[in-house]
Write a protein that binds this ligand. Structure first.
Ligand SMILES: [Zn+2]
Length: 477
């Protein structure tokens, strides 16, 4: 780790991310050791330094599913459509995803691995994810998917299957996991034993969501998490259809049920909660549960807009996730940060401030993936920074303006000059230093073009199934 002194025109420093500058930030052994007022640097461009971001919910998708015909669908159709995406080399898949995350301003990513490539045992495949993270230079949380019910719709799908011709054996394509809860829990420990000695990997239990996991499975996870201290990462109340299913299935309340099972704890992060009610948020806050909010993904998949103001009012700690569905499908965390605030700034007094947004993306994100305290430009904190081109952000150069106004009005990954983690530069002017991201994505595209024919039958089955899924939920249920 290199020692370094970075002089910047402006930095968002301290607990409340107040602009300060010009300042010199001194870095030793990966940490910030001094922040001094400095002379205006003559260097061009002027720099705005902010804390690096952490993506609190992602699935390490190799390329966007939209390129495979999965665009413009609500979550309930989108998920089964993913079966038509063929398997490719897991290292390339992970490296492309992590490379884009770093390029977008993140030094850490929560990977909820829902769709392993499955060409080899998971205990082998996970080494590819760990190696890709290490090559790019990002830290990862790594939640292993767990599920055992409702593979096609929320509830019994036999009536729906009966409407399909025999040509489509949909139970062979969208299968329920048959591994017992105990074996699924053990598989997570096996994965942890393989890769958890690496400092940048935090292995977690990854139940897909309550509608996909039986109570028995969730109980096994809650017990194992309490016993071992291992974190849990799960989707919760993402869509209106999930809300309806939950209200039918758990008349006493889905969150109350999770409380009874013992799953609610500071070890748990739930993604989305777009459809969570205020009393449910209060229960989650009481147990120290975190929520990862995913604004763009919720817009793309017809889920709605999460009430971050309500979450804040309830006292829940909220993180920011990209869920592999950034607004322009480019894993740009800076644009996502803006959207996160804009969708909740000043709506009916539910105001989310720039400080709230920075805290979500920088501090809570780190907690979600089990990283050491940080996410602030303060003495003693890890030197995890994003340096932005303030000259390009301040394109009109009329007068001195609070740089947060530019950050929250117009910043994208195009403004990133450097992404730094532990004092080490991992991205410089759009280039990931640890791997050739363009070549990695091109190699992936080649593999997909060669393999796409192998899933023709699955895609035909999905085309027959898709209208029936729509019918199922429209007539629900
Ligand atoms: Zn997700």
């Amino acid at each position: 780790m290199t020692n370094r002194r970075i002089t910047v025109a402006q930095a968002l420093v301290g607990n409340d991310y107040q602009p300060s500058g010009p300042v010199a930030i001194s870095i030793e052994a990966g940490r910030i050791v001094a922040i001094h007022p400095a002379q205006d640097s003559a260097e061009e461009p002027r720099i705005l330094a902010i804390s690096a971001l952490v993506d609190g919910h992602n699935h390490a998708r190799p390329l966007s599913p939209t390129s495979f015909g999965s665009g413009m669908k609500p979550l309930e159709s989108w998920l089964p459509s993913l079966a038509g995406i063929p398997a490719v080399d897991p290292y390339l898949a992970a490296a492309a995803s992590f490379g884009r995350s770093a390029r977008g301003g993140c030094v850490g990513v929560m990977v909820h691995l829902i769709r392993p490539m499955g060409r080899e045992a998971l205990t082998s495949e996970v080494h590819d994810y760990a190696r890709a993270a290490s090559d790019v230079g990002v830290s990862i949380g790594f939640a292993v998917a767990m599920r055992d019910r409702n593979p096609i719709v929320y509830g019994d799908h036999s009536a729906l299957a009966a409407k399909l011709s025999d040509r489509f054996a949909i139970d062979d394509i969208w299968r329920t996991e048959t591994m017992s809860p105990e074996d699924q829990v053990k598989r997570v420990s096996d994965v942890a034993a393989e890769i958890e000695d690496q400092a940048h990997v935090d292995v977690q239990f990854g139940p897909n969501g309550v509608q996909w996991c039986s109570d028995r499975l969730l109980e096994a996870i809650a017990g194992a998490s309490a016993e071992t201290g291992r974190r849990v990462h799960m989707h919760l109340l993402e869509t209106r259809e999930q809300r309806k299913w939950a209200d039918r299935t758990y008349p006493g309340g889905i969150v109350q049920r999770l409380e009874e099972i013992g799953l609610l704890s500071p070890r748990l992060t739930v993604a989305h909660c777009v459809w969570a009610r205020p009393d449910e948020l209060l229960t989650m806050a009481r147990h120290g549960v975190r929520i990862a909010v995913n604004p763009s993904s919720n817009l793309h998949l017809g889920s709605g807009i999460a009430h971050v103001g309500r979450m804040k009012a309830a006292g829940v700690h909220v993180g920011l996730g990209l869920d592999g569905c950034a607004f322009d499908e480019d894993d740009d965390a800076l644009r996502e940060l803006r959207l996160f605030r804009l969708l909740n700034a000043g709506v009916a007094f539910e105001e989310i401030t720039p400080t709230d947004a920075m805290e979500a993306a920088c501090v809570t994100g780190r907690e979600i993936i089990g990283l050491a305290a940080g996410g602030r430009i303060e003495i003693g904190m890890p030197a995890d920074l994003v340096l932005l081109d303030l000259d390009r952000l301040d394109r009109d150069r009329i007068m001195d303006v609070d740089p947060r106004h530019y950050l929250f009005a117009r910043a994208t990954q195009q403004h990133i000059v450097e992404v730094i983690t532990g004092g080490r530069t991992i991205v410089r002017t759009g280039h990931v230093l640890g791997l050739d991201l363009d070549a990695t994505e091109e190699a992936l595209r080649q593999q997909y073009r060669e393999a796409i024919g192998s899933t023709r039958r699955i895609r035909e089955a999905f085309a027959a199934l898709e209208p029936l899924i729509g019918e199922h939920y429209r007539g629900c249920c």
